[in-house]
Structures are given as C-alpha cells and as structure tokens.
Design a protein around this ligand. Structure first.
Ligand SMILES: NC(=O)c1ccc[n+]([C@@H]2O[C@H](COP(=O)([O-])OP(=O)(O)OC[C@H]3O[C@@H](n4cnc5c(N)ncnc54)[C@H](OP(=O)(O)O)[C@@H]3O)[C@@H](O)[C@H]2O)c1
Length: 368
C-alpha cells in the first residue's frame, strides 16, 4: 500500500527536498496535494511531474493540471495518511491543527507552529491519537534516540553556530544580508537562515523540543557543534548519552519523518565514515553575542503569549532585515522592545494567538 501524502510548501527548501526523497521511493508514495506560495511556475512543473489530485498557491495565480483547494481543505482531506507541513512562519499553524483534527499524521517542519501554540497542538494530537513526527534535524535526532521519555534526564540540542560563530560583535553589527545568508552547513529558506545567523533558530528549537518531548527548559541544553555531524543527543538518568549522528543533509530527517516507523535506503547516497570526519568540536554558546537564545529560554519559561510575541516580532524584523531596512542586531533589539511592552495572556486561545501575532506585527511595522 502506498502512503498518501500532501506537501504544504512543496516549492520551498524542505518541500523540494521532500520531493527528491519521494523520487527515490516512488513505489511507496502517492501524492495527494502540493502547495506553494509565489512560485507557481515551479508548482506547475511539480504538478506535471507528480500528478497530485489537488494543489494550492497563496498567490492565486494560474494552477495547471490539478484541482485547486484551499490549504485547509487539503488538510481536512482524509485520503491523506500524512501531511508534510513545510511552509514557513505562522501560516503553518491552522493547516497543522486541521490535519490533526481530521486524524491525519503530521510530519512537522514548521517550527513556528509549536512556538505559537505548542500546548494546544500537542494536546489536540493526544486527543486525536495523531503522530507528530519532527522534520527539524535536531528533533528528528531526539525522536530517534528516545525510547522512554520518563528515563531522560536531559536533551542536548546541537547548533552549528551559523555564519557568525567566529565573528566579533562589532563585525556582526555591520553584517550584510548576503553574509547572514551564507550559512556554512545548511542550504535553507531565507527566514530560517537569518534565524540561524542570530541563533534565534536555536531558541525556537528549544521551545519546539519542550513541547514535542515534554521536557522542562532546565533540562534542555544547547551546545555549539560546528561540524553538524551530531544532530542532537539525550542523556538518560543513568548517565548514558545517546546521540544521532549523520552527514548534514535534510534528506535524511525528511525521509525518516515521512516513512516513519519504517526505514528505507531511499535517498542515502553514501555510508557514514568516522575516519573521514576526523574531528568533532563542541563549545558553549556565547550568550553575550547571541542574546536571542537567552530571550527564547525566558519566553519559553514564561510561556503563554510570550513565545507568540517573540516569534511575531522576530519574523517581521527578519523580513525587514532581508529588505535592507534594518541591521542584523536591530532584529534582537526589536524583539526585546516588543517583549518589554507585552501584556501577558496565560493560556491564549487560537483566536487570541492570531490577535497577539497581528498586534505585534503591526507594532513592529510602526516602529520601522
Ligand atoms: N530548510 C530547512 O533546512 C529547514 C530545516 C528545519 C526546519 N525548517 C522549517 O521548515 C519550514 C520551511 O522552511 P524552508 O526553509 O523550506 O522555507 P522556504 O524555502 O522559504 O519555503 C517556504 C514554503 O512556503 C511557501 N509559502 C510562502 N508563503 C506562503 C503562503 N502565504 N501560503 C502558502 N505557502 C506559502 C513557499 O512558497 P513559494 O516558494 O512558492 O513562495 C514555500 O513553498 C520553516 O518553518 C523552517 O523553520 C526548515
């Protein structure tokens, strides 16, 4: 039996790599729907090649070769066995909730979903007995290592450190967009690449890990590991540490997530060789340079509406940085400013989550 899959964000970095994974496993998958944003030209090429029944593009340009449905309609279609949520930003939340409410398993790349509404999403997944399988390489690593979460003492999330790991604060202050987008290890969408440069991405991942694995923030550690070979690890109560190791490629976690619990050779191109790697380095993150990490821990601990405010302010500020309107460190200053004036809501509903999100984004735009 083929796994019936829909890919939200098939024209993006994760979406395109997911299709490359499926290319190697064509007899295992039937594609129900593909969705894109502005790049309808690519979406139409994908439709011609993969022949999904349905498609959607937020730009509402001409889609050829598939019936057009909204993202919510695609996610409510019970033909799907699994939906890969690979759109970026807040637009991932409602489709994820729709899939869960319809009993459809989710391969979740979109980290903003859990940052904005982790408590609601994980509770819904429990109620509807739906698997949320992480695509993020760090969470995929932890997912592979964990047998019994009650026996886990600590999660160790690795971070490459991004393009500014060896730069001074002064150099970072004058960083150009091109420098921020020149990630040494991963080829990703622009938003996540800038987040990796400020280490906000790691902060978002800490909050994501808290929700996915139910671990307290005190028991989630971030360690800089420039080679990106150890994708993350867990320490059990008896001191045993289990790490997931592999070459830095998003194909592996994507394939793991969409074929879980089975494994196939699929996209694998070569075997891992310790002798070729030669050395692995680890160091503590420099909090004075990467304040975002500390901010994310604080917002995660305060919980409620704080992570929503942080996420919205960060996303708008990153877009402004990419547009050349602000400097790299202004992103962090803007996030801090929004958090200072934030009126906390302890357990926001989905409606309130979007109200807070919209309000913060408007404030950031005013400030800019
Ligand atoms: N890339 C990675 O290696 C990586 C790793 C871990 C986690 N993630 C997470 O995965 C998510 C996707 O990241 P990415 O790097 O693949 O991003 P990306 O390359 O920017 O792709 C985003 C996708 O979302 C679509 N999209 C944009 N606006 C839309 C809208 N309003 N409605 C519907 N679709 C829209 C884009 O379509 P168009 O391109 O057609 O405009 C594209 O298909 C993010 O949450 C990121 O944090 C990514």
């Amino acid at each position: 039996m083929k796994t019936k899959i829909s890919i939200l964000g098939s024209t993006g970095s994760i979406g395109r790599q997911a299709l490359e994974v499926i290319d190697k496993l064509r007899d295992k998958f039937e594609i129900i729907a593909l969705t894109g944003g502005a790049n309808v030209e690519l979406l139409n090429k994908q439709i011609a090649k993969y022949k999904p029944k349905y498609a959607y593009a937020s730009s509402l340009k001409d889609i050829k070769g598939a019936d057009v449905l909204s993202i919510e309609e695609i996610c409510a279609n019970k033909e799907n066995d699994i939906i890969l949520v690979a759109v970026s930003g807040k637009i991932g939340l409602i489709p994820t909730i729709t899939a869960i409410k319809n009993g459809i398993n989710v391969a979740l790349a979109n980290k903003e979903t859990l940052v904005m509404a982790g408590d609601i999403v994980m509770e819904l997944a429990r109620q509807h007995k739906v698997d949320i399988i992480p695509v993020d390489s760090e969470h995929c690593a932890i997912h592979q290592c964990i047998k019994d979460v009650n026996q886990v003492e600590k999660l160790i999330i690795t971070a490459s450190g991004g393009p500014f790991l060896r730069k001074t604060i002064e150099e970072m202050k004058h960083a150009t967009v091109e420098e921020a987008l020149a990630h040494p290890r991963w080829d990703m969408g622009k938003k996540i690449t800038v987040d990796s440069a400020t280490l906000m991405n790691k902060g978002l991942e800490v909050i994501e890990a808290h929700h996915l694995f139910g671990m307290s923030y005190d028991d989630i550690e971030v360690v800089i590991h420039p080679q990106s070979i150890i994708h993350s690890a867990i320490e059990y109560v008896d001191g045993s540490v289990i790490a997931q190791i592999g070459l830095p490629s998003m194909h592996i976690p994507i394939q793991y997530a969409i074929t879980y619990p089975e494994r196939f050779s699929g996209i694998k191109s070569k075997s891992f060789s310790f002798s070729e790697i030669a050395r692995l380095d680890f160091e503590k993150p420099d909090i004075s340079k990467f304040r975002t990490l500390q901010i994310a821990y604080e917002c995660g601990r305060k919980a409620g509406s704080f992570p929503i405010c942080m996420n919205a302010a960060n996303e708008e500020a990153v877009f402004a940085f990419l547009d050349g309107k602000i400097k790299l460190f202004d992103i962090i200053n803007i996030v801090e400013k929004m958090l200072e004036s934030h009126k906390h809501i302890k357990t926001p509903t989905i409606e309130e989550i979007f109200e807070i999100d919209n309000e913060v984004r408007s404030k950031v735009k005013e400030l800019l």
